[in-house]
Design a binder for this molecule. Structure first.
Ligand SMILES: Nc1ncnc2c1ncn2[C@@H]1O[C@H](COP(=O)(O)OP(=O)(O)OP(=O)(O)O)[C@@H](O)[C@H]1O
Ligand SMILES: [Mg+2]
Length: 255
């Protein structure tokens, strides 16, 4: 059974950055094959991985509403299309969701898509889902079973409050989440004691564990500016050592 790791958190906290770093970690630890899903309508995980996107699932969904070529069943056609949309790399594949349907559309195309995605998912050991801010479309995407939910927060009192709120609403969304974690990103180094207190309080009172704290890093900023893949960040670099230690704790703890 593949394990699903989903990213949540308010806008700009570092969900996509964490997704790219997590992908690097899983590849480095040979926890492969991995499916990386860019579930943000304004896809940008591919940019951090320096990969070009040709087709999104949203585009496929549109095509499915039209005629399919003769001599093919709809299932065959869709499976072919989905494989065309997969960007295949060493150790992982990337799938970009693209634009969603309008609200409330659970049309046939979506059902076909969900079925095919379920089948596809079986091929992977880990599935990383990079989300946009907000949790609604996790349920829309038919991803109701999540093994690890990483809630990313900025290093502010209000940011951590928002993360707590996210941890609290996952129940009512009818998502089946095995473990939820708080990940505080872009923190000052050393962590100010008042921030540490806020973090400790949040973890004690909300239904989430502390995954760890990632420092604000010039290396990440420079890597993004250069356009080079995050997968090429040196494993000896300070930020990668820090991030890998955070992920080691999560995955050792869970196994
Ligand atoms: N630890 C860090 N140190 C320095 N810069 C960082 C760090 N983490 C993220 N950033 C920067 O912060 C910005 C926002 O990060 P990112 O795009 O990962 O956030 P996001 O949560 O995915 O945003 P959105 O909600 O728009 O999808 C990016 O420019 C990224 O390079
Ligand atoms: Mg993002």
């Amino acid at each position: 059974m593949s394990k699903v790791i989903a990213l949540a958190g308010k806008g700009g906290t570092g969900k996509t950055t964490t997704s790219a770093l997590l992908l690097k970690y899983l590849v480095a630890r040979k926890m492969t094959p991995i499916l990386a899903v860019d579930a943000d309508a304004n896809a940008n995980l591919n940019e951090l991985l320096d990969l070009n996107v040709q087709t999104t699932l949203g585009q496929i969904r549109k095509e499915l509403k039209g005629d399919i070529p003769s001599g093919m069943t709809r299932d065959q056609y869709m499976e072919m299309k989905i494989h065309q949309a997969l960007i295949e790399e060493t150790g992982f594949d990337l799938m970009v969701m693209g634009q969603p349907d309008g609200p409330g559309c659970y049309c046939a195309a979506n059902q076909y898509l969900a079925m095919t995605m379920d089948k596809l998912a079986e091929n992977y050991q880990y599935i990383i889902v990079d989300n946009e801010a907000g949790m609604e479309h996790l349920s829309r995407m038919n991803l109701r079973n999540i093994d690890y939910l990483l809630i990313v927060s900025d290093p502010s009192a209000r940011g951590i409050m928002t993360a707590r709120r996210i941890a609290d609403i996952t129940g009512p969304l009818k998502l089946e989440i095995k473990r939820q974690y708080l990940l505080v990103n872009r923190a000052p180094d050393p962590v100010p004691p008042a921030l540490q207190t806020k973090i400790d309080e949040a973890v004690a009172e909300a239904d989430m564990d502390l995954a760890g704290i990632i420092s604000s890093s010039d290396e990440l900023i420079n890597q993004e500016l250069s356009g080079a893949s995050y997968l090429e960040l040196s494993e000896g670099s300070k930020v990668i050592e820090q991030v890998f230690a955070v992920f080691d704790a999560i995955f050792d703890d869970a196994s």
